[in-house]
Design a binder for this molecule. Structure first.
Ligand code: FEO
Length: 398
């Protein structure tokens, strides 16, 4: 299963074929994932990251196909979240002389996750480690997506180990992006970005610009999850800049829940209004949709229409995870509006608007409420509401 990326540089990770929820329930995944670890064999031997400890046995077997663990000189910890740092103690138990190389932030996370490790070498941007014919140069990439994150770059091979950045949750028997289905690859790359990296868009742009200023040419990008980019690796870097920019397509995401189909009829009438103005949309029932798929579409769309009935002076609980996720991810440059039915008190729409505001989604038109069940006139009003929102979407810069 190991794969040689360049002479002496090997993928020695593990494939998680059956996982459905990453990091407990932080993120849904449909195509499994990989924990990518890389071995650089030179006069000195360096291992770049480890794997989740559930895969330790398989990992050690792959490494030892190439070198005994006892012969590894350096473990470079680009990121210490347990899906990458989880096997550090087991490696140290087999090789107590292993020197751990990490960033200043990495020192904190290594010590907190694995107390008692003393054999640490802290590096900063521009520092390098000679392995013989090859070198590793380091670049601190804080908040892509943890304070500890750093990239390791091999100038002789123009190859970047990029930690979580540029990854995908995508289990595959092949290791390279040019060997897998492009639609699946990009679907997973977008979902990964939207759900993990969106809160750090500003930092992503800053770090990519800092890295570019170093003029370290790139021929291969080896992320910590998913496929390795060896053909036109800049394609994923350009996509990160695009996704970080806040620019989006003139489309809408419509999310609703409904008890007796009143809000559902409103949602569908609103969608007819969007369509009448030539704005395409995706319609999701909050109770059955996948939260993280909806967030992926939020990255790509300009606007969100969210609706539900008032329940107990509040919102239906099925909508709460969407509002919480939107608040945490803080998508850039989105507009929104709310709608819903009510029986007597009718606070639902106001609650939505408060939540949109907290998620930094600009509410661009007053919310729409209908008592109990929408009649034909109400549905015409919903269509007009959708048309108005479509016009606001089209007015936005692309
Ligand atoms: Fe793949 Fe942040 O761990």
């Amino acid at each position: 299963m190991t794969a040689e990326i360049r002479p002496g540089i090997h993928w020695v990770g593990s494939i998680e074929w059956t996982l459905k929820h990453f990091h407990s329930h932080e993120l849904s995944i449909y195509r499994g994932t990989t924990y990518n670890s890389y071995l650089v064999v030179d006069d000195k031997i360096a291992l770049i990251d480890t794997v989740k400890n559930t895969h330790l046995e398989e990992f050690l077997r792959e490494v030892e196909k190439i070198v005994p663990v006892s012969k590894i000189d350096y473990l470079v910890v680009d990121h210490c979240e347990p899906d990458h740092g989880g096997s550090i103690p087991a490696l140290l138990a087999r090789n107590p002389n292993l020197k751990i190389v990490c960033s200043k932030g990495g020192q904190v996370s290594v010590n907190r996750h694995h107390p008692g490790i003393t054999n640490l070498q802290v590096v900063k941007t521009g520092d390098s480690l000679s392995l013989g014919k090859r070198t590793l140069r380091f670049f601190e990439a804080q908040m892509l997506h943890w304070p500890d994150t750093m990239f390791s770059y091999c100038p002789e091979e123009k190859l970047l180990f990029s930690a979580d950045a540029f990854g995908q949750h995508y289990a595959h028997a092949n290791r390279f992006a040019d060997q897998v289905d492009a639609c699946e690859l990009w679907e997973e790359a977008i979902k990964y970005f939207a759900n993990i990296l969106t809160p750090f868009c500003g930092q992503i742009v800053k770090k990519i610009n800092e890295f570019s200023a170093l003029n370290w040419p790139l021929e291969v990008i080896c992320p910590a999850h998913g496929a390795i980019w060896r053909q036109d690796p800049m394609q994923i870097v350009k996509k990160y800049l695009e996704w970080s920019s806040g620019k989006a397509e003139p489309t809408a995401v419509v999310v609703f829940d409904s008890i007796w189909h009143g809000t559902e009829r409103m949602a569908k009438a609103i969608c007819r209004g969007l369509e009448a103005e030539g704005v395409t949309y995706r319609l999701y029932h909050a109770g059955v949709a996948d939260l993280h798929d909806v967030m992926t579409q939020m990255l790509l769309a300009r606007g969100l229409l969210i609706g539900g009935p008032t329940l107990n002076n509040n919102l239906m609980p099925s909508l709460a995870p969407y509002l919480e996720e939107l608040r945490g991810l803080r998508f850039l440059n989105k507009i929104g509006a709310a709608f819903g039915t009510y029986g007597w008190s009718g606070e639902g729409v106001k609650r939505f608007e408060e939540a949109l505001d907290k998620a930094t989604i600009k509410v661009v038109q007053p919310g729409l409420r209908v008592q109990f069940a929408p009649n034909e006139d109400d549905l015409k009003t919903c269509e007009a509401f959708g048309r108005e929102f479509a016009r606001r979407i089209k007015e936005m810069a692309g």
